[in-house]
Design a protein around this ligand. Sequence first.
Ligand code: 13P
Length: 247
Amino acid sequence: ARRRIIAGNWKMNMTPSEAVKLVAELKDLVKNDDVDVVYCVPAIDIVPVVEAVKGTNVNVGAENFYIEDKGAFTGEISAPMLVDAGVKYVIMGHSERRDIFGENDILINAKVKKAFAAGLKPILCCGESLALRKAGTYKEWIERQITWDLDGVTADQVKNLVIAYEPIWAIGTGETATADQAQEVCGFIRELIAKLYDDATAQAVRIQYGGSMNAGNAAELLSKPDIDGGLIGGASLKPDFGKIVNA
Ligand code: 13P
């Protein structure tokens, strides 16, 4: 059986002092030894948050990194820096990075490979726009994203991968995909992994849903056979996150 993984994506929220307060506020609420709990936090919050979660069940993730180890890349942080700071997971392929910062599947593919090589677990995001949802071509879109993003990634690596299905129309809009809509695509992603790799890999890869997930809708989404967890934005900054962890 796959272990559930509930990750918060704090996005560009929480100053370092606010971050430490939030971790303390959530500490008892997110206790659950049967679930992987991850806080993906802004780069400047990583060091204090790693310190603040010591001795708890929470792991820390990064929201971004660059594929080179070091050098003349003003403004960037590297995978070895994240590892040294105690980071275990890193998000890549988020629609905000694709759309606002122009990241394409070639870079995202390089990030997947670099993260694994450095010892970080990637949380690889995919998802379609409202236009593609309405056009009915969303599965083709997601197949293309994942096929590109995993080019040259091995089956053993994919077994340790987390894929987050985040329909763009559901992110920050309050409009959650229905549990059936989310299951349809998460099931499709698992079938795609079986096609690209094999059944054992497809059964091992963990697939999250993300997009307006909250304390009220988490249990139904997580009851679906191919939804192994959630990637949570807004609700990860509130006590509600504890309810999602324990949904
Ligand atoms: P919301 O939960 O705020 O809709 O954000 C989802 C998301 O983008 C997580 O990565």
